[in-house]
Each structure stands twice: as C-alpha cells, then as structure tokens.
Design a protein around this ligand. Structure first.
Ligand SMILES: CC(C)(COP(=O)(O)OP(=O)(O)OC[C@H]1O[C@@H](n2cnc3c(N)ncnc32)[C@H](O)[C@@H]1OP(=O)(O)O)[C@@H](O)C(=O)NCCC(=O)NCCS
Length: 183
C-alpha cells in the first residue's frame, strides 16, 4: 500500500509518545486522521453501541464500567467519533487482552492490527505472556492474532453464553520472549 511506509514511521513513535502523554491524562498523538486517548466514563454509550454491532456476545454496561475503572482502556477517535477500542490489564508479568473492536465501517483498514501492536508495545517491557480468549468461529479475530504472533494453547467449552446460545473459546497466548521480536 502506497502510504504504508509513512504510516509505519508514525506508528513507530506512537507507543512511547502515548506513554508520555498518558501521564498528563490526555493522549494527543495523531495517526493520520485518528487520535488515541484513554477511555472515559462518558464513552460508555458509544462503546455499547459499537459492541452491539460487532459481537454476538456483547459486553454488558457493567463489564465496560468495571473495565473503564479497573483496567487500561483506549479509544481511537476520528473527527470526535469513536471508531475503535481496546481494553487490557497486567498483573505482575502476565497480561490479558480483554476486548478489542473496530466499528463495522472502519474494519479492514489496519486499525485492529495497529491497536493490537500498541497493546503489545505497552506491555513488552514488563510482561512475559499476553493471554486472550476468542470465539472459536471468530475467524477475522483469530487471523489477526495468529498474524501478530499469538498461538492457540487451549479451548474452553461453552465459554460464551447468552440465553440458550453458547460458543467455545480458543485460548491464545503471545509469548514476549519467544515472539517479541515479530510484532
Ligand atoms: C477483529 C477486528 C478487531 C480486526 O480489526 P480490523 O481493523 O478489521 O483488522 P485489520 O484491518 O487490522 O486486519 C488485520 C488482520 O486481521 C485479519 N482479518 C481482519 N478482518 C478479516 C476478515 N474479515 N477475514 C479474515 N481475516 C481478517 C487479517 O489477518 C488481517 O490482516 P491482512 O489484512 O494483512 O490479511 C475487527 O474485525 C472487529 O472489531 N471484530 C469484531 C470484534 C471482535 O471480534 N473482537 C475480537 C474479540 S476476541
């Protein structure tokens, strides 16, 4: 893609710049037309709206609220519109990717990939493993993770439940020692 090398250069400085600005409570670094900032309580309705469009087992308001309070969350914004979000947390040297989503109109343009790389960069220094669960039939997400160095390490039967429907989860792990240089 023609603009890719420019985008890659911008992204290269993204992680460290974000770490600096996070301390000031606001993220101002821009990536093309997009900016990344910490998630805020006021974002909840928009997050739930996007979540309902992209997930058959959407997070509840409580899950979002708990994560906004207790975990690391960022939103990607274009012209004041949230187009993507990411939640993760770290305990000691282990981390979990809790949720990542791109609004339907913005999927397939590399945003998910870039947000995932941002997450890996945030964790790289102090983390051994980044864990996640993904629906067994969620092929776009599984492809995204495999492409970025995750490996499948297990399965959880009926992990996702909503009323009568349920779906298995694949457990995947990114090993920073083994694959850290790939991402
Ligand atoms: C999964 C998701 C975050 C990917 O975001 P995205 O911005 O569309 O993905 P990107 O454009 O960065 O694509 C990155 C890679 O993901 C994979 N991918 C993305 N969309 C795909 C699709 N429709 N089919 C197959 N692979 C796909 C590909 O490997 C792609 O790399 P490539 O284009 O070089 O082949 C997005 O599809 C989404 O929000 N899905 C709904 C929410 C969700 O399932 N989240 C994961 C919860 S575990």
């Amino acid at each position: 893609m023609a603009g890719d090398s420019i985008l890659i250069c911008l992204i290269a400085g993204w992680g460290s710049a974000l770490a600096d600005t996070r301390e000031q409570g606001e993220i101002t670094r821009f990536f093309g037309d997009f900016s990344l900032r910490p998630v805020a309580r006021e974002d909840l309705p928009t997050l739930m709206e996007i979540e309902s469009q992209v997930s058959p087992f959407p997070w509840t308001a409580k899950q979002f609220s708990d994560s906004i309070k207790g975990h690391q969350g960022v939103v990607l914004v274009k012209s004041d519109e949230i187009v993507s979000y990411l939640f993760f947390y770290r305990i000691l040297d282990q981390a979990e990717l809790l949720n990542i989503a791109v609004a339907p109109d913005f999927q397939g343009h590399g945003l998910g990939s870039r947000l995932l790389k941002y997450c890996l960069d945030q964790l790289r220094e102090y983390t051994q493993h980044l864990h996640l669960e993904v629906r067994a039939s969620n092929f776009p997400a599984i492809a995204l993770y495999l492409r970025n160095g995750f490996k499948q390490v297990g399965e959880r039967r009926g992990y996702y439940r909503d009323g009568d429907s349920s779906e298995d989860a694949l457990l995947m792990v990114f090993d920073f020692h083994e694959t850290g240089s790939l991402a």
